[in-house]
Every structure is written in structure tokens, then in C-alpha cells.
Design a protein around this ligand. Structure first.
Ligand code: S3P
Length: 435
């Protein structure tokens, strides 16, 4: 448990750990090459360690050497059956991407996860994989544990996304890498495209076209990838907590370096820009196929906003922290088309609405929406349940910087899944936190 007190002002330069999505993919793509891939800036969080452990069980050698990581892979289609179950912990990305990646190799593996992951939907992965002849036996309701038996005779396939999910897209594309013929996947909205970018960075080929139905990706099977030296930019989702805190706490001026500015990840920056956030973007450059920049954030008075539905996919992990900003903004903020939040590490619509209401904020919500009435002075003074969800914990730690009374946070262990060192870094720029 931690107590969060109001902060005077936040200031200074801060660096954020590596992007979580890109880190998982760097380890997986490294394992799909014969030879040594070197990774700089890998996020060393609980979730990414699950992916490292999983690819080791599947035959790759992964080790830390000084401040870099080395992955010695087995090549596309080179997975070997693991001796033990693959425990994905809390990490949906580990589980879903690896299910796809191994599915076109004739091996068998059983995936398990923690309580939260065992309640998250897996039919979205099982269904497309079954279409290409992969056998998945899951607990009733299509939940983990799942035993997957890969196929060596996957046929060329056409898929249409039923949900806007980069994890599903990536699972299908990774499966396609070792299929015969072409794999095509169409998604209504362009979800984060790190898999496509990294595939090209590792020497693979993929085409993406925008059509009237959405984004059409096509990939030839049996590709060979080449090991690379890769550098991972900082995680914009992790940065969003410090951005929000700096905006809310009066007199703050914080600079965050080397943030991944991929168009499919910056919906949050676009929305807060509309709310009146003062943010300067500079030092723009490209690193290993991803755009990056430094951001200077200056405290700002915010107004409520209607989040456009077409931006939801590009800020899917930032809704908890947006709800916090909405609570201190002037007027109402409306978030619609956010049903995917119901199946994240917790039911994030419910988790945020519950905590904000405890703090005295008016929130209404339904299956796929949430509206928050800004109050500028949020009461606080309560114990907040994080529902063991890292992003809920970090969101309320940010809100506690400005509540009238200190708030207590039920646990902070979950933060390690995506942002180890969050509390220490927050203190470095002036946050007033005591455990
Ligand atoms: C991720 C995709 C998103 C996101 C998750 C990471 C990824 O999930 O919420 O934190 O790395 O592909 P969905 O693809 O299920 O939306």
C-alpha cells in the first residue's frame, strides 16, 4: 500500500523505460532469426521477462550482456516443443503473439496465465488459428489454459478482424511467416503496427494498403529473417502518466526523452492537445524503423473533450489516465466505442469509474462508454482499489498528486508488469509518495 500526497510542482528531465510492445516483438523476432540479435533499451518488466522465458523454453538462447540483451534464435519454423507449460503471467501479448508464432510449426505447447489473464478472451486467437488447421484445446469458454498443436501444412488464408486488436493481427501475421503461400489480414482501424515495422527491419516483406474496408496486410510465407542490432524507444503509454501529472500539478515543467511517436500510438497526445495541453515536441528522429521525439510538458488548464471513435485504437491503453485528466478538466469528457477496455488486465471501465467515484467525481458508464464530469478540485481521501491492474494503479497515483486529501492505493506490485521503477522516477521529479 502507498499513500499519495499532493505535490508542489514537478520538474526536470526524465527518461522512461523501453516500449513494452516493441520489447516483446524484439525478443520474438530475434528468436525467429538464425544468429545473434542485440537489443538495447529492452524493457525489463515482468511481462517482457515472460516472453524471454517463453522463447527460451521454445529453444532460443537469451542473455543479458552488460546493458544489452542478446537473442540467439532458431529461425522461422525452428521452435521446439517446450518441456514445461509456458506461463505467461499477466501478459496477454506474450500469450497471444506466441500462440500465433508457434502455430505453424508442428509442436505442442500449453499456455497458462495468472488469474486476470485466465479470464481474458482467447477465442479471438483460437478462431483464426483453427481456420488454418491449428488445434487448440482450451478451458470451457475458450480461456487459458490452452494446449496448442501446431500444423506444418497451414494453407494460405484471408482473415478479417472482428476486434481492433494488434495482438490478434500480430498472431495471424506471425503464423503466416511459416505458412505456405500468402496470409492476408484486413483490419477496420490501423492498430499498433510494430509487428509490421519490425518484420521489415529484420529483412522480411509485408505490404499494407488502405482500402475502403480498412487496412489490408499481405505477407508471403516461408520468409527468412536476418538478425539485427535494435534499439528500443521509450514507451509512450508509460510516458502518459508523467505527462498527465505534469499537466495537472500547477507550476510543473517536465521533459521526457526519446518517446516512441508512432502514429498508431499517439492518440492520447492528440486528445490532450484538444483539451488544451501545452506540449512541445522536439528532437524528432527515426530509430530502428520507429519515429521518436522529446516532449516538454508544461502544466495547463484543461477542458473536457469528446474523444473521436476513430482514435480509440491508437490510445487503447491510455484511457485510464485520460479519465484522470477528465476528472480535473473543466466540463464533461465523453469516451465512446471503448468496449475493449472491458477485457484488459482488469475491466478498466469499471475500475476507473469505481475509483473516480470514490474520490467524489461524477462518472457514468455502460458497456462501451464512460463519461466523466470534471470538478477541478477532486476530494480524494479514500483507499483506491487497483484491481491488480498496473495502469489503474499508476493512474490513481497521478490523480493523488492533486486531490484535496491524500489517497491510498491498494497495491503497487502490479506496476512491475510494465514500468518497474515508476515510483522512484516519479519521486525524482518531485512527487510526494510514501509507503
Ligand atoms: C498490445 C496491443 C494492445 C494493448 C496491449 C499491447 C500489443 O492490445 O492493449 O497493452 O503489444 O500488441 P490489443 O491488441 O488486444 O488491443
Amino acid at each position: 500500500m502507498i499513500t499519495v500526497n499532493r505535490s508542489k510542482k514537478l520538474s526536470g528531465y526524465i527518461s522512461i523505460p523501453g516500449d513494452k510492445s516493441i520489447s516483446h516483438r524484439a525478443v520474438i523476432f530475434g528468436s525467429l532469426c538464425i544468429g545473434k540479435t542485440t537489443i538495447e533499451g529492452l524493457l525489463e518488466s515482468e511481462d517482457v521477462h515472460r516472453t524471454i522465458e517463453a522463447v527460451r523454453q521454445l529453444g532460443a538462447r537469451v542473455k543479458r550482456k552488460n546493458d544489452k540483451w542478446e537473442v540467439d534464435g532458431f529461425g522461422v519454423g525452428g521452435f521446439t516443443s517446450p518441456e514445461n507449460v509456458i506461463d505467461c503471467g499477466n501478459s496477454g501479448t506474450t500469450c497471444r503473439l506466441l500462440m500465433g508464432a508457434i502455430s505453424t510449426t508442428p509442436i505442442s505447447a500449453t499456455f497458462i496465465g495468472d488469474k486476470s489473464l485466465s479470464q481474458r478472451p482467447m477465442d479471438r486467437i483460437i478462431q483464426p488459428l483453427s481456420e488454418i488447421g491449428v488445434k487448440c484445446s482450451a478451458r470451457e469458454g475458450s480461456f487459458l489454459p490452452i494446449t496448442l498443436e501446431g500444423t506444418s501444412s497451414a494453407m494460405p488464408s484471408d482473415f478479417e478482424s472482428k476486434v481492433d486488436s494488434a495482438q490478434v493481427k500480430s498472431a495471424v501475421l506471425l503464423a503466416g511467416l511459416n505458412s505456405r503461400g500468402a496470409t492476408r489480414y484486413v483490419e477496420r482501424k490501423l492498430t499498433r503496427d510494430h509487428t509490421e515495422r519490425m518484420l521489415m527491419f529484420f529483412g522480411g516483406k509485408i505490404k499494407t494498403q488502405k482500402t475502403e474496408y480498412g487496412y489490408y496486410h499481405s505477407l508471403e510465407g516461408l520468409q527468412e529473417l536476418k538478425p539485427q542490432e535494435i534499439s528500443i524507444p521509450s514507451d509512450p503509454s508509460s510516458a502518459s502518466f508523467f505527462i498527465a501529472a505534469a499537466l495537472m500539478v500547477e507550476g510543473s515543467d517536465v521533459t521526457i526523452k526519446n518517446i516512441c511517436m508512432n502514429e498508431t500510438r499517439i492518440g492520447f497526445l492528440k486528445v490532450i492537445n484538444k483539451m488544451g495541453a501545452r506540449i512541445e515536441v522536439y528532437n524528432k528522429k527515426a530509430v530502428c524503423g520507429e519515429p521518436v521525439a522529446d516532449l516538454r510538458v508544461i502544466s495547463s488548464r484543461l477542458k473536457g473533450v469528446k474523444v473521436p471513435k476513430n482514435i480509440v485504437a491508437s490510445m487503447i491503453d491510455e484511457f485510464p489516465i485520460l479519465a484522470v485528466l477528465a476528472a480535473v478538466a473543466e466540463g464533461k469528457t465523453e469516451m465512446r466505442g471503448i468496449e475493449e477496455l472491458r477485457v484488459k488486465e482488469s475491466d478498466r471501465i469499471f475500475s476507473m469509474a469505481t475509483g473516480l467515484r470514490e474520490c467524489g467525481v461524477n462518472v457514468s458508464y455502460g458497456d462501451d462508454y464512460m463519461t466523466v464530469e470534471g470538478v477541478r478540485k477532486v476530494k480524494g481521501g479514500q483507499l483506491i482499489n487497483t484491481f491488480n491492474d498496473h495502469r489503474i494503479a499508476m493512474s490513481f497515483i497521478c490523480l493523488g498528486q492533486v486531490t484535496q486529501k491524500p489517497i491510498e492505493i491498494s497495491e503497487t506490485i502490479s506496476i512491475g508488469t510494465s514500468f518497474p521503477g515508476f515510483i522512484e522516477k516519479f519521486k525524482e521529479i518531485g512527487a510526494n509518495l510514501s509507503s
